[in-house]
Design a protein. Structure first.
Length: 82
């Protein structure tokens, strides 16, 4: 009478497989390299202060059209239409 029906056994195996997969994902998360928030913040601040952003002229001043990568080129359209 202690035998399980095949359906109950397969449900138990599915639960075990799900738990095993979940455990593996948690272990991967645990092994992921971490950076302290203070280090990440200072790195981000350093990057934003040293990298010129052409979309924020109020901070970086006026950008010459030749230097602006977002300015449309006046050389005409180089795309092909078929």
């Amino acid at each position: 009478m202690n035998q399980k029906r095949p359906h109950q056994q397969s449900m138990s195996e599915m639960k075990l497989r799900r738990l095993t997969e979940h455990n593996a994902r948690l272990r991967e998360d645990l092994d992921r390299p971490r950076v302290r928030v203070s280090e990440a913040s200072s790195s981000l601040i350093r990057f934003t202060k040293s990298t010129r952003d052409y979309l924020v002229p109020s901070v970086w001043g006026h950008v010459d059209k030749k230097e602006d990568p977002y300015q449309p080129h006046s050389g005409g359209c180089t795309c092909l239409a078929m």
